[in-house]
Design a protein around this ligand. Structure first.
Ligand SMILES: Cc1cc2nc3c(=O)[nH]c(=O)nc-3n(C[C@H](O)[C@H](O)[C@H](O)COP(=O)(O)OP(=O)(O)OC[C@H]3O[C@@H](n4cnc5c(N)ncnc54)[C@H](O)[C@@H]3O)c2cc1C
Length: 394
């Protein structure tokens, strides 16, 4: 890459998403380390990347990203780099021709059932789970109460099963309960999708936050650069090498471990997405940010970006999301979005993790390297914690 790394940089970070950017910033600002960030894409921000289009609409290139957290540390950290636009996400689902709140809550109940029946079901839900409580859809299915069982079947069939099948390309039974259990019935009239104490969008979008995080004078960023080819992993000595010399610094890897180690234990499967963006010559397309389509169409949902960061424009931009299998050799399917959870894949990931752990100077973090679904706040919290752990042993 032209620039010598040994002697010039103390830390090399592969990946400029939240995991990589935050840990790079901490080493630069808290330890005065020289940090090189290598990013294969032509932009920073990872999957949180956004940009303003010609109509002033801030578009999320890799799908809608709504920031929410209960972690004060993460909120305080990000607030060093941005001011916030207050935003609480609400989602609607298109069910039998009407738009109803999602997750299924008491407002949804009254829209889909006759009033008297809805009142009885509400009473039963409150009695069993308490007002303000939540019950996972798969648990509700197990209830002995006939009316709640009926409700469970309705929610399962109209909201859950077809959406999940589209999303994962297989039946819900084939998916780990860790994923399916996330789908709740909410026993309240609160239409908000998230209930975290902090919910907001960076006032100038996410990319500007990344640019500020990475603007520390100790950080150099190289875009359009796949970092993997630069390093060799010598298992006999557990050392990392660059051009046959031992790498003296610390390598922080936020990409895929199977790729890092040449897929030697096989590939870790992912679901990918195709995003179909459309800009329309109208002020508004739909009543709120996201409408899910569990039972119609091939796509799972439509997001209208103007609702996230409002802008005065006669145009609006929407995106339809089509789930698809990941294929690293096909340019239309080669972005890994969601790890496919099952025991076999976890075991495979553990084999890669065990191999990575042999290299003392290698740290792997992030949604790809950990082969886990992380929200943004998880990725940031994890980077802050990992920094505290490894900065002591430097
Ligand atoms: C469709 C979708 C919607 C989401 N919506 C939300 C939401 O609303 N709220 C929320 O909190 N979270 C959301 N998330 C999760 C959020 O995207 C992640 O938490 C976040 O992206 C994790 O950051 P990361 O740095 O670990 O990974 P990433 O953002 O994926 O960053 C990893 C970076 O590493 C780079 N890289 C990988 N390998 C290499 C290599 N060999 N060389 C150089 N660079 C490399 C990649 O190009 C990428 O830029 C969503 C995720 C998806 C898929």
């Amino acid at each position: 890459m032209g620039t010598p790394i040994n002697g010039k940089y103390d830390v090399v970070v592969i990946g400029a998403g939240f995991s990589g950017a935050v840990i790079a910033e901490r080493f630069a600002s808290q330890c005065n380390k020289k940090v090189l960030v290598l990013e294969q894409r032509d932009h920073v921000g990872g999957n949180c990347f956004d940009y303003k289009n010609q109509f002033g609409v801030v578009v999320h290139k890799y799908g809608p990203h709504l920031f929410h957290t209960n972690k004060k540390e993460v909120w305080d950290y990000l607030s060093l780099f941005t001011k916030w636009h207050r935003y609480e996400h609400e989602v609607l689902a298109s069910i039998d021709g009407q738009l109803v709140p999602l997750p299924f809550n008491l407002n949804t109940l009254y829209l889909l059932y006759p009033e008297e029946k809805a009142k009885t079901i509400e009473r039963l839900l409150v009695q069993h789970y308490g007002y303000g409580g939540k019950v996972a859809i798969l648990d509700l299915k197990e209830t002995k109460e006939p009316l709640l069982k009926e409700l469970a079947t309705l929610v399962y069939e109209k909201f859950f099963v077809n959406y999940t099948t589209k999303q994962w390309g297989c039946s819900p039974k084939q998916i780990s309960p860790a994923v399916t259990a996330r789908v709740p019935v909410v026993i309240s009239h609160d239409n908000r999708y998230f209930h975290d104490s902090y919910q907001a969008i960076p006032v100038n979008g996410y990319t500007k936050v990344f640019e500020r995080i990475l603007s520390h004078p100790n950080i150099s960023v190289k875009l359009g650069f796949d970092g993997i080819g630069l390093f060799e992993f010598d298992e006999s000595t557990s050392t990392i090498k660059i051009s046959d010399n031992e790498f003296e610094g610390r390598l922080i890897f936020t990409g895929m471990l199977d790729q890092l180690f040449g897929y030697r234990f096989g590939e870790l499967p992912y679901r990918s997405l195709k995003f179909d963006f459309e800009t329309l010559a109208q002020k508004q397309f739909q009543p709120n940010t996201t409408v899910n389509y569990p039972n119609e169409h091939q796509f799972t949902r439509i997001t209208e970006f103007k609702h996230i960061l409002p802008v005065e424009s006669d145009h609006t931009t929407i995106v339809r999301e089509y789930p698809q299998d990941y294929d690293r050799l096909d340019a239309t399917k080669n972005v890994p979005y969601y790890p496919v959870f099952n025991e076999g894949n976890q075991t495979k990931h553990q084999a890669y993790a065990a191999l990575a752990n042999k290299f003392k100077k290698l740290t792997y973090i992030g949604r790809l390297a950990d082969y886990k679904y992380f929200n943004m706040d998880d990725a940031i919290a994890n980077a802050l914690t990992t920094f505290r752990k490894i900065s002591n042993v430097f």
